[in-house]
Design a protein. Structure first.
Lengths: 684, 319
């Protein structure tokens, strides 16, 4: 019935451990991997364990080859590449699953654990939230325990002891982790171009379609956090400026695409701001210096308080005062910026930019255009026209709503004359359309408004749900001026979060946070911890390293100083660890048996019977019997006891007792002078 | 090339450490540590992880990588510590007949209260064994050593090593103790046993023991043949006694090397070994006459050992 037993069945314990290490790595990616990949890993693990426990047959070579090729094909079909974090993770998962089916030797087990460790690394690369940190630590612990179990399956080390030993080893290694984290020189860029992570990150979009519902994020995910050097600006000044949108096709606002048929215009819009463009007021009362910790997003925008004066290192300031990084913000970054809320941006318009800022799609929104022309005729100036439009919006029965109706091609007409319900995007879009139709250069700005003060961390947290859109109009003599039509309709929007004045929009849990004070406090503490995590841990970069060096007292820190510090702390750690692990518990004292034996031999040598270098204890006893018969009896007993202690296999308990007896006996034995005299007289 | 390197290395280590005296405590100076193959693989894994972490500019990944790098360094120290201050309190060899396996026995003592795991002992020319040592404990380990030819098998060096706990590093030490295993000649040959002492040459009476010449019982001595034990008395509760016969007490034979004419040296030694083993099994007394040595007739395991050792070392120049 049963197949003939092989010579040595592979031990199940190390296999189970290495499988657990691999599966742990796979499960870290549970929500990012395709479900079939996770399922494959789990099924293969079950198959492998059952096969090694002799419950089922393991697949043959051809089945494994077919399986591996099929899985490879599935990965390629899904991602169209094997490059990139997600495709690579999936590939590692499925190939590791096939490897599970042929894990026999220690080497196979090591490979599985290595795959598990690499999956842990991939998890760190793809998600760095504080929430996952304990999971990552636990997985590292699991991998180390598995390494112990896989290395020495037949040692007397039990599972529990292995887990504890892994924990102790990791704690001993933790200083090295921190040293490397603090002092390992970071690259300023990448060694090679990073493939798109494929993650659907939220962020400020560079287009705005008021007609589509999904534009408004209700997520409370933090977008960024701000620490002010001095007092925070008043709530009505907390406009965080993102991309500026110019192009309008009747439904969607967007930035001029790179393939825009107005190349000069695009150049102009991306041209770095020049000092001459903006006339700065002499007062610094409205100047704010702050540090922003930006969470990853799919966009290159670095947010800043309206209006950013100069670009922080790593970003550039475009002509329309937008901070742009080199590429999408793939991992948390921190930067310091200076803004002036009263700065005038009065760069004269060129014919090209004027055309851009006045452009409207032809034959769209005709009723709005008519309204704008009517209002402009009545108004004496551009400024009065702006005020007239705002008045129209305030008194026209408009209503702020997170769930407005869908809009069609003439979105502005439908919103202004039919639905009259909308959120910031609707108002900004309608306002800019009216402005342009009335001959005033105008544009839409996307960004964030407000933010929530965290008293624990003393910072402002701005969430995805704080996303906002407003307008900027060009007024002669004042330059570009911010106008927020939404604030006219729903002034509360300036002072409170969306959730608090639209209770039915907030989720139950968020309302709980708002209503129960201590939960709010816990929430604040949690967000502060998150802020610390993403700012000081995940966002720790070469700039932070240089700042750290400065704080350590190095006046002009260079990257080379980091290398020295790294080497120095590594040496210190190695010395400390060598010292700590080089001291054995109770092991450093000299051998008690040898000490007493030496003492015995010295006593006998003084009595004239020195031990020959070639004599073992028993031969020594014989020679004593020949040369000093009077010492023979006790000498033989002591030497035999020594031989027993030294060479016998004694249980540790009785050994201790006998050793103590031996030491006492050696200490108390006095070689009497009478024997010496007797020997001396016989010698004569 | 590789074996040359190994020889050079061995010579260097021998010159560095000198010949060891047992008992011997393994101190830092004589412990060596290098990564194993798995350790080298782990190193490659760490390097690729480091590159990935740096390339992604990801601090968390760098932290994990450095943590695992630190773990490897800790593993190195732990591996070293697993051997540190172990003591070899005794080492001796068990002789064997040519073609069989002898053994090297070691007692290893763990004086500390640290538990030692998977200490592996290899003999340069023989077997390998692994041992776990609980705190304050002595273990005796026997390693098989092949005995191909009569003479002395020198055990140049013994290696104690360990890859515990993570298998990423191997710590080891070489012990060069003056150890040699005696290999007796293989007992072989069909020449008739020489006559009892006093009898003339040619008169062979290999079974000259008359079982009826009963002399009495005496106390058991180490080396008495089980056939002579008074098992019935022992079963009744008496101490272990041996039946002594007049003939057995008197039987003495002299095995002479030069009497074996017509055979070469090895064959003569084999024949002598055959006789000695047989006589010892029968409980007879026997003497041995070689050109270099002479053993008076006696019996017992100690005598047997001396006789066989004399055969083993015959002509080898060893004392």
């Amino acid at each position: 019935m049963s197949s003939p037993a092989r010579a040595s069945p592979p031990a199940l314990k190390p296999l189970a451990w290495s499988t657990a290490a691999f599966l742990g790595g796979v499960l870290l990616h549970f929500e990012r991997l395709p479900l079939w990949a996770t399922a494959t890993a789990i099924l293969c693990a079950a198959w492998s364990l059952a096969g090694h426990a002799r419950r089922v047959r393991l697949p043959g070579r051809s089945v494994k080859v077919v399986l591996a090729l099929a899985l490879l094909a599935a990965v390629v079909a899904l991602f169209h590449t094997l490059n990139g974090l997600q495709a690579g993770t999936t590939l590692l998962t499925v190939m590791g699953s096939v490897k599970l089916l042929e894990t026999r030797t220690r080497r196979d087990r090591y490979i599985l654990i290595g795959a598990g460790i690499y999956l842990l690394l991939a998890a760190c690369l793809s998600r760095q939230s504080l929430l996952y940190a304990p999971l990552y630590a636990a997985d590292a612990w699991l991998c180390c325990s598995a390494l112990l179990a896989a290395a020495h399956p037949d040692s007397s080390l039990g599972n529990r002891a292995a887990v504890m030993l892994a924990a102790r080893s990791l704690l001993l290694a933790l200083p090295i982790g921190l040293i490397g984290f603090l002092f390992f020189p970071r690259l300023s860029g990448s060694l090679w171009a990073l493939p798109d992570s494929g993650a659907a990150l939220t962020g400020l979009s560079d287009s705005l379609t008021p007609g589509a519902i999904s534009d408004l994020s209700e997520s409370s995910r933090p977008a960024f956090r701000v620490w002010f050097d001095g007092p925070a600006p008043p709530p009505q000044e907390r406009y965080w400026r993102g991309p500026v949108l110019y192009d309008f096709d009747g439904a969607t606002w967007s930035r001029p695409p790179p393939w825009s048929f107005w190349p000069e215009m695009r150049r102009a819009s991306m041209r770095p701001a020049q000092a001459a463009d903006s006339a700065r007021p002499s007062s610094t009362a409205h100047r704010y210096r702050y540090r922003i910790a930006l969470e990853p997003s799919s966009e290159p925008w670095w947010l800043g308080l309206d209006t950013v004066v100069s670009a922080p290192p790593g970003a550039r300031l475009t002509a329309d005062h937008v901070l742009v990084g080199d590429g999408p913000v793939t991992h948390p970054i921190t930067y310091t910026a200076v803004s002036d809320t009263t700065m005038r941006r009065a760069r004269p318009l060129t014919p090209l930019t004027l055309r851009r800022d006045l452009w409207l799609p032809p034959r769209r929104n005709p009723r709005s255009a008519a309204l704008a022309r009517r209002l402009r005729r009545r108004a004496g100036s551009d400024a009065a026209f702006v005020q007239a439009v705002l008045d129209y919006l305030r008194t026209g029965g408009f209503e702020y709503s997170l769930t407005p109706a869908r809009l069609g091609k003439n979105s502005v007409d439908e919103f202004l004359f039919d639905t009259r319900r909308g959120f910031c995007g609707h108002f900004a879009s309608a306002f800019v359309t009216l402005m342009r139709a009335g001959g005033v250069p105008a544009r839409v700005v996307v960004g964030y408004l407000g933010g929530e003060w965290n008293p624990v961390g003393r910072y402002l947290v701005v969430r995805d749900s704080d996303a906002h859109a407003w307008a900027e109009v060009w007024l002669d003599g004042r330059g570009w001026t911010r106008v927020d039509p939404t604030a006219v309709v729903a002034p509360e929007r300036l002072y409170r979060n969306i959730d608090s004045f639209l209770p039915n929009a907030a989720s139950a849990s968020e309302r709980l946070v708002l209503e129960v004070p201590w939960i709010g406090a816990v929430g604040n503490a949690w967000d502060a911890a998150n802020a610390w995590w993403s700012d000081d841990v995940v966002g720790f970069n070469s700039r932070s390293q240089l700042a750290l060096l400065k704080r350590l007292g190095i006046a002009a820190p260079k990257m080379l100083d980091l290398v020295w510090l790294l080497a120095l702390s590594l040496v210190v750690w190695l010395a400390a660890t060598a010292w700590r692990l080089g001291r054995l518990p109770h092991g450093a004292r000299p051998d008690r048996i040898a000490r007493s034996y030496d003492r015995l031999c010295r006593k006998l040598a003084r009595a004239g019977v020195a031990r020959g270098a070639d004599q073992g204890p028993l031969a020594y006893a014989d020679s004593i019997a020949r040369r000093r018969p009077d010492l023979a009896a006790i000498g033989r007993v002591l030497l035999a006891r020594y031989a027993e202690l030294r060479y016998g296999s004694l249980a540790s308990g009785s050994r201790e007792r006998r050793l103590a007896d031996f030491e006492r006996a050696v200490a108390c034995w006095r070689i009497s002078p009478r024997s010496k005299n007797a020997r001396a007289s016989r010698g004569k | 090339m590789r074996s040359l390197l190994r020889r050079k290395m061995a010579a260097w280590i021998l010159a560095r450490q000198g010949i060891d005296r047992i008992p011997l405590t393994l101190l830092r100076r004589r412990l060596y540590v290098l990564p194993t193959r798995a350790g080298a693989g782990f190193g490659l894994l760490l390097i690729s992880m480091l590159i990935a972490a740096l390339n992604y500019g990801n601090s968390l990944a760098l932290l994990v990588t450095c943590l695992l790098g630190g773990l490897a360094l800790v593993a190195m120290h732990q591996c070293h510590r697993n051997l540190l201050e172990l003591a070899i309190t005794a080492a001796w060899t068990r002789p064997a007949f040519a073609g069989e396996r002898g053994s090297l026995a070691l007692t290893i003592a763990n004086e500390s209260s640290l538990e030692r795991h998977r200490v592996q002992i290899d003999v340069s020319s023989g077997g390998t064994a692994s041992v776990d040592l609980p705190p304050r404990c002595t273990r005796r380990i026997e390693l098989p050593v092949p005995a191909p030819r009569r003479g002395l098998v020198r055990i140049d060096r013994v290696r104690l090593s360990t890859t515990y706990p993570f298998g990423l590093f191997r710590a080891w030490t070489w012990v060069h103790a003056p150890l040699a295993m005696t290999v007796y000649p293989r007992p072989r040959g069909a020449r008739p046993v020489p006559a009892l002492a006093g009898a003339e040459h040619g008169h062979t009476d290999s079974h000259g023991v008359d079982p009826d010449e009963w002399r009495g019982l005496r106390a058991f001595r180490e080396g008495d043949s089980p056939r002579q034990v008074a098992w019935k008395a022992y079963a009744r509760g008496a101490p272990l006694l041996v039946k002594e016969y007049a003939a057995a007490a008197a039987a003495k034979r002299l095995f002479e090397f030069d009497a074996l004419t017509g055979l070469d040296t090895e064959a003569r030694l084999e024949q002598l070994a055959r006789w000695i083993v047989d006589a010892e099994a029968r409980g007879e007394s026997y003497g041995l006459v070689l050109r270099t040595a002479r053993l008076a007739p006696q019996r017992g395991p100690e005598h047997c050992r001396r006789a066989l050792t004399a055969l083993a070392l015959y002509g080898t120049g060893a004392p």
